[in-house]
Design a protein around this ligand. Structure first.
Ligand code: HSE
Length: 437
């Protein structure tokens, strides 16, 4: 049978890895797919020839991405440019031209996936995006197919490799934030704009996708609560550890009677949980289902060949499905397009979690009682309280409070009152706590 022709957009970290994996494993891949697979046309603005194995086999390489998506010889377009534009225009043009698309672009899918999937459905083509979430972990496949018998209750994951790498290096080696971020960039983990990693936007893109395929709803990135790791202070990492917790950047989506939670933020997790021990660039996703119970998926969340692994697996899937009736393919968002439902996304104020609070209080009698009264008046139960040694000036002390679960709006009101007290200095540091039971 005639080989399948791929058009590749982007020869950067993931694009280069994809060429190398397709070249190195060509024989095994064609035995799996049932046909030969070759890249015939690639486009990139710049690339490092020496790092990519198999580049010489690509017939045409230019810097014109639109020439690839308009090339009549190309059957499947692999979009590895990233970002919103021109990725969106390129993908929509490829679809319009009747080509299937494989992409690792979480920003594109989270923001424009609804429009892209509608266009693909009209044309009877597939848009595959396994590499968009959790790098090399086949989490889309697991949630969309492997767990299809279940009602999914919640998903919690470490889904940004750069952020996890930074938090791990800060905790284990006491390194400073900026130097670890620089290393993550050099290793090819970070986004082109690394604020996407450190401010939680990249994780929010991925969580938006996970929430939609878990609960069968359209993608709603604008409703995903997003907080990054840039404000985590080294002393909180130490205090968390003293209390038996680890601070991780976690994405959580959960179905509740009031609506769906979609939130990414730093989270304290008991250190005995497996997911609390996922370090470095590794990602892990915990999926809690009604029938199978909890299942955990672990692997490299970023990097050249780990991400290429997911891209190439998608290519093989698409090749196998080339001859199938579009109606019989796995739906983009796991549920049939006409069965997606507009379930409410809970505003963060309505979400219930436990909290770690750190306060800088004036070291004099009665101050702690004032703080606990404010929390008590709001119906917030205290789980543990810890007073640390005097700060440098000997006039203030740090107080750590762990609370039980409470709606975020009550915690916000209480923090406002605590900060208004003259005996409390600086802002109250707040980190959400999840037991992951
Ligand atoms: N910048 C992303 C991360 C790459 O660090 O997880 C993988 O999506």
């Amino acid at each position: 049978m005639k080989p399948v022709n791929l058009g590749l957009l982007g020869l950067g970290t993931v694009g280069g890895g994809t060429v190398s994996v397709l070249t190195r494993n060509a024989e095994e891949i064609s035995r799996r797919a049932g046909r030969g697979i070759q890249i015939t046309h690639a486009a990139a603005k710049a690339f490092d020839k020496n790092k990519i194995q198999g580049l010489e086999k690509i017939k045409t390489i230019s810097d014109d991405a639109f020439a690839v998506v308009n090339d009549p010889e190309v059957d499947i377009v692999i979009e590895l440019i990233g970002g919103y534009s021109p990725a969106k225009e390129l993908v929509l043009t490829a679809i319009e031209n009747g080509k299937h698309v494989v992409t690792a672009n979480k920003a594109l899918i989270a923001m424009h996936g609804n429009e892209i999937f509608t266009a693909a459905q009209k044309k009877g083509v597939t848009v595959a995006f396994e590499a968009a979430v959790a790098g090399g972990i086949p989490i889309i496949k697991a949630v969309r197919e492997g767990l299809a018998a279940n009602q999914i209750e919640w998903i919690a994951g470490i889904i940004n490799g750069t952020g996890n790498f930074i938090l791990t290096e800060m905790r284990d080696k006491g390194r400073d934030f900026d130097s670890v971020l620089k290393e993550a960039q050099e290793l090819g983990y970070a986004e082109a704009d690394p604020t996407f990693d450190v401010e939680g936007i990249d994780a929010a893109h991925k969580l938006t996708i996970l929430g939609s395929i878990a609960f069968g709803m359209p993608l709603q990135f604008d409703k995903t609560y997003t907080e990054g790791i840039s404000k985590i202070e080294p002393q909180d990492v130490v205090y968390a550890s003293e209390l038996g917790y680890r601070i991780k950047h976690i994405g959580i989506t959960r179905k509740t009677d009031a609506g769906i939670e979609l939130r990414v933020h730093p989270t304290m997790i008991p250190e005995r949980r497996l997911i609390a021990n996922v370090d470095g660039v590794m990602n892990a996703v915990l999926v809690k289902c009604d029938a199978v119970g909890p299942t955990l998926y672990y692997g490299a969340g970023a990097g050249s060949e780990p991400t290429a692994s997911a891209v190439v697996a998608d290519v093989i899937d698409v090749v196998r499905a080339l001859t199938t009736d579009p109606e019989n393919r796995v739906p983009h968002l796991a549920f049939q397009p006409d069965a997606l439902s507009d379930i409410d996304i809970l505003p963060m104020e309505e979400v219930e979690t436990a909290y770690y609070l750190r306060l800088k209080v004036v070291d004099k009698p009665g101050v702690l009682a004032e703080v606990t009264r404010i929390l008590g008046d709001a119906g917030i139960s205290i789980e543990a309280i810890l007073q640390k040694e005097s700060d440098d000036d000997n006039l203030t002390v740090s107080v750590i409070i762990l609370t039980q679960r409470v709606k975020e709006k009550y915690m916000n009101e209480s923090i406002e009152k605590i900060e208004a007290n003259d005996n409390i200095q600086d802002k109250v540091i707040r980190i959400r706590v999840e037991t992951m039971k």
